[in-house]
Design a protein around this ligand. Structure first.
Ligand code: GLC
Length: 598
């Protein structure tokens, strides 16, 4: 889309439209007021051709809603206490009914499972715990039959140290794969000191000594996940072929694990010190170090554009790329658009997770994201995943706040990604570090538990990976009654489970269903531009419009614990988080989608 086309969308026009009122199940006919060019809209003059193609089908990813499945924990059908692909197939009707159009599945290829699949030992076969290739192919078919899409979690940055490539590479300095990973001589008299001060993202030192090579090996994450050397063109080609392999199997896109780490500074410059101990969602810092020389290198942004070309070899339908990176928006937006070239379709914006749940903070966040990711870029906010505290726990256990957050996430611009179980409010399940199966927990098991308990963020990622709660049977329907689930089942599963919430009209689950369907059926909500209604925003209220082709909707969120007067007249309420919504005032933590009469 070029600048003229975008401006054209903003031409004043008046159009009559009909809308489905999903609360009352009747139809409202409304005349919309003229639209004006937004004050806070940043025209994307410097993004002239960004992945904007034309046909609506090719743009499916801009409209979609994504449900992340952690396969170990979703549904076990063979009684081993570990979820599997058959389990995912059996639950597709549930996801389709909720209105989700895409699923992202965390890795399920061969792996020693030290990082539960993020340590891959063979990119071309399925881990037998989860199933086999014919079953995977059936999953793709079942999804496509429902007009749903699949995002594959592609770990390009590193392999497992049990991958055949690494075993060969580590065996000597002169084997055919000797240069496939990052090896450096050590410092000091005997070369036993690490090449520099770099730390990995998981907090450990980035270098591990291998006596067979008398050299250090580099990792951006945990020592058993050695980084591939992308300066070597053979490695790049091998990994592009891995991508092609899965694209040929019919996957619709990739979530790119830790894409920020693909390249490191070739001169191995030391990292500067930082004042921060704990990792931050804003910048890449950990243990008093700013990881600026081993993450977010210019070459990684270029890499995104090369990967784009690979993925664009497959265009029916168009395949997508979504990257995982922490860091300032200014920097990470270059994954999407770099030096005049298209890269990833979207990059996760982790800042959303740690932004305080307050109207003013959310307004500021929206302004920042709209500034750095103006149309046709797509800001993609992260509120949860398999590494972070559960949403409901972060919100202090409040269902009202969880509904409000869902309303926000499904009505603001960007691709909504939600994590399995958040739609019913599965809480963080406390599991002491010492009992952790997660590699990060194992690495930190020396930390006193009381310190860990004081933090909102989890160090033991098992706590957000406990099984899905399907019903009130023993093991919550996740696995057979006599099986032992790989992680404990949340204690309150009799109150919080899918079956129960489907039967309760005002449950969190049914609210998800309503808001997802409203988004799906309303072009302005999945496609429109976003304009913040600054005149209505204050300490308690966040208000914005979604606008497209003659449709204008207002979203009004009361993010405070008190009642507030409704500042808007003549607006029809399409959906409210509260089933007893009053025209004149908003209840504590009530959010509404309205057809704007202003
Ligand atoms: C990403 C994944 C995380 C994994 C790590 C290493 O951050 O989300 O679960 O442990 O990369 O692959």
């Amino acid at each position: 889309m070029n600048l003229h086309q975008i401006r054209a969308v903003y031409k004043t026009q008046r159009k009559e439209n009909s809308f489905h009122n999903i609360q009352g199940n009747n139809y409202i006919s409304t005349t919309l007021s003229p639209r004006t060019c937004s004050r806070n809209m940043v025209m994307p003059a410097d993004f002239p051709e960004f992945i904007s193609s034309g046909t609506p089908d090719m743009e499916w990813w801009k409209k979609t809603t994504v449900y992340q499945i952690y396969p170990r924990s979703f549904c076990d059908t063979n009684g081993d206490g570990i979820g599997d692909i058959q389990g995912i197939i059996e639950k597709l009707d549930y996801l389709e009914d909720l209105g989700y159009e895409t699923i992202w599945i965390s890795p399920f290829t061969q792996s020693p499972q030290r990082d539960f699949g993020y340590d891959i030992s063979d990119y071309h076969s399925i881990s037998p715990q989860y199933g086999d290739m014919p079953l995977f192919e059936k999953l793709v078919q079942e999804l496509h039959r429902r007009n749903m899409k699949l995002i594959f979690d592609l770990v390009l940055n590193h392999t497992s140290n049990e991958h055949a490539w690494f075993k060969e590479s580590a065996s000597s300095r002169d084997n055919p794969k000797a240069d496939w990973y990052i090896w450096k001589d050590g410092k000091g008299k005997n070369g036993t000191k690490p090449p520099n001060n770099w730390r990995a993202m998981a907090g450990n030192r980035a270098w591990t000594y291998y006596p067979a090579r008398k050299q250090f090996n580099y990792t951006a994450f945990l020592p058993f996940q050695p980084d591939l050397n992308y300066h070597n063109p053979e490695v790049k080609q091998a990994m592009f072929d891995v991508a092609r392999f899965w694209l040929n199997k019919g996957v619709d896109g990739f979530r790119l694990d830790i894409i920020s780490a693909i390249y490191e500074d070739p001169d191995l410059r030391r990292n500067p010190l930082s004042l921060r101990l704990a990792p931050s969602d804003k910048s890449l810092t950990i243990f008093f170090q700013n990881l600026k020389n081993n993450f977010l290198q210019e070459k990684s942004f270029e890499f995104a554009t090369e990967l784009r070309s690979v993925v664009d070899e497959f265009d029916n339908p168009r395949r997508i790329l979504i990257g995982e990176s922490h860091g300032e928006e200014e920097l990470i937006k270059q994954f999407c658009y770099n030096n005049g070239r298209n890269g990833l379709n979207a990059i996760f914006l982790f800042k959303a997770i740690s932004t305080p749940f307050k109207a003013e903070s959310y307004r500021e966040m929206l302004m920042t994201f709209e500034k750095h990711f103006p149309e046709p870029l797509v800001p993609t906010l992260v509120f949860a995943n398999h590494d972070r505290t559960r949403v409901i726990t972060r919100l202090g256990g409040s269902i009202e706040k969880a509904k409000l957050l869902a309303l926000f996430q499904f009505t603001c611009r960007g691709i909504p990604f939600t994590y399995f179980g958040d739609e019913i409010g599965i809480p963080r399940v406390r599991i002491p570090l010492k009992q952790g199966k997660d590699a990060i927990a194992i690495q930190h098991k020396w930390l006193p538990q009381f310190l860990v308990d004081r933090s909102v963020e989890i160090l033991n990622r098992d706590e957000c990976r406990t099984p899905m709660l399907w019903n009130e049977n023993p093991n919550a329907g996740f696995c057979a009654v006599l099986a032992s689930p790989w992680l404990p089942i949340a204690g309150n599963f009799k109150e919080i489970n899918v079956e129960k919430q489907l039967a309760e009209p005002h449950s969190l689950l049914n609210f998800y269903k309503k808001v997802i369907h409203l988004r799906k059926e309303t072009p302005a909500l999945h496609n429109g531009s976003l304009e913040i209604a600054h005149d209505l925003c204050n300490k308690k209220i966040l208000a914005y419009y979604r606008i497209s082709n003659g449709e204008k909707y207002m979203i009004l969120l009361n993010m405070s614990p008190s009642r507030v007067r409704n500042p808007v007249n003549n607006a029809n309420i399409l959906l409210s988080t509260h089933h007893q919504s009053e025209e004149s005032q908003l209840q504590p933590f009530e959010g509404r989608v309205m057809i704007s009469g202003r």
